[in-house]
Design a protein around this ligand. Structure first.
Ligand code: A3P
Length: 358
């Protein structure tokens, strides 16, 4: 499906400017003459746009906000064009929030959703409800994206999910917030959570102990206090949310399915958010080098015979190579998680999510 952006600047100006300034961003081709006038077929596979929260379950770990890599918004580039007439915009409390899970695929979900013409997101993780609540609602609103009439604003802060004070605060601030969550196989998520610390330490030139050091006690039993493991015991955190918000106000994205077929889950989210169905299979392509899907935003200017696309891939910090964990230890972890997973599935009334052992 194609995204029609009205009120873009006239394409002639756009063409000149984009050729000069935006070469790494856009690829355009003629609509009427097939592909013959393709002039810039770039695959910007290393366009980066990710960001993450390191909000620890015990609040001991530092933030790791990589939103500097967030992809530029269309609007930021439109203003380069003469003839661009901005629409009135407002900042309001977010109508939808991605509240978890850390390392679940939150950045990919947010950025892919942001390709929808009626969704605008805040690039950074705001951490209002978990860390900056004392700054007040006006501060929160000032962090929100500017939206035009009909658009909805979103933010993602994965740390919300496992911070017990958040559901009550959110309920008391905006009890009709639509809640989006993306979950992965909890063992894989936990390893990814560990891996983030590993990579951050290596980046600083430090060493970092192997995951087994944190996860297993000397007697071979699992250390249930390891924060990445605690964050993967989904039902414990979800119970807090369900004290305030009904399940019908949440959509839980299957993050493992999302990796394989992002468009299927994105369509479900569009439905949940009651938005026109705009994004589909055509908005994604598989990047062999990265091993993940990237987004393809299709921009159709109604005043022009040209269609432009821009490709959006996450950076290297998303889709990292996981550390190897001995097969027997992995089985032990899956055994440990199984009853917790069952409790979670019952709680959210889902039987379609499958977390297969390796
Ligand atoms: P890994 O780096 O462990 O593979 P978050 O954005 O919440 O921090 O989640 C990061 C995870 O998003 C990555 O974890 C990766 O598996 C997942 N992901 C989902 N879709 C992705 C995509 N299209 N590109 C890159 N990573 C994606």
């Amino acid at each position: 499906m194609k995204l029609v952006i009205k009120n873009l600047c006239f394409f002639s100006k756009f063409l000149i400017i984009s050729t000069v300034l935006l070469l790494p961003v856009y690829g355009c081709k003629s609509k009427s003459e097939g592909d013959t006038h393709s002039f810039h077929q770039n695959n910007i596979d290393d366009e980066n746009f990710d960001d993450d929260s390191n909000e620890d379950i015990d609040n001991l770990e530092e933030d790791d906000d990589d939103s500097i890599e967030a992809f530029p918004d269309i609007e930021e580039q439109d203003i380069l064009c003469q003839g661009y007439e901005p629409k009135p915009t407002v900042q309001v409390l977010p109508q939808a929030v991605i509240f978890g899970t850390r390392k679940g695929g939150t950045r990919a979900l947010l950025e892919f959703l942001n390709m929808h013409s009626l969704i605008r997101r805040s690039k950074t993780e705001i951490h209002f409800y978990d860390k900056h609540f004392n700054k007040g609602i006006d501060w929160y609103i000032s962090q929100m994206p500017f939206i035009t009439e009909g658009q909805i604003g979103m933010e993602k802060t994965p740390g919300y999910f496992h911070t017990p004070s958040v559901p009550k605060r959110m309920f008391e601030t905006k009890n009709d917030t639509k809640l989006l969550m993306i979950i992965r196989d909890p063992v894989k998520r936990m390893i990814s959570d560990y891996n983030q610390f590993y990579y951050n330490n290596m980046k600083e030139g430090d060493t970092y102990p192997p995951i087994e050091t944190f996860l297993f006690r000397k007697d071979g039993t699992i250390n249930e206090h390891y924060p990445p493991l605690k964050r993967s015991i989904y039902h414990k955190h979800m119970a807090k949310w369900l004290e305030y918000f009904p399940l019908s106000q949440m959509y839980i994205v299957d993050g493992d399915k999302f990796i394989k077929e992002p468009w299927t889950e994105i369509e479900q989210v569009e439905r949940f958010l009651e938005l026109p169905m705009e994004l589909g299979r055509d908005n994604f392509y598989f990047n062999q080098t990265k091993g993940f899907y990237c987004g393809k935003e299709i921009i159709e200017n109604v005043n022009s015979k040209w269609t432009c696309t821009r490709n959006k891939c996450l950076s290297k910090s998303k889709g990292r190579k996981p550390p190897s964990v001995a097969a027997d230890l992995l089985q032990q972890l899956y055994d440990f998680m199984e009853p917790h997973n069952q409790l979670f599935f019952n709680m959210i009334n889902r039987s379609d999510i499958v977390w297969n052992r390796p």
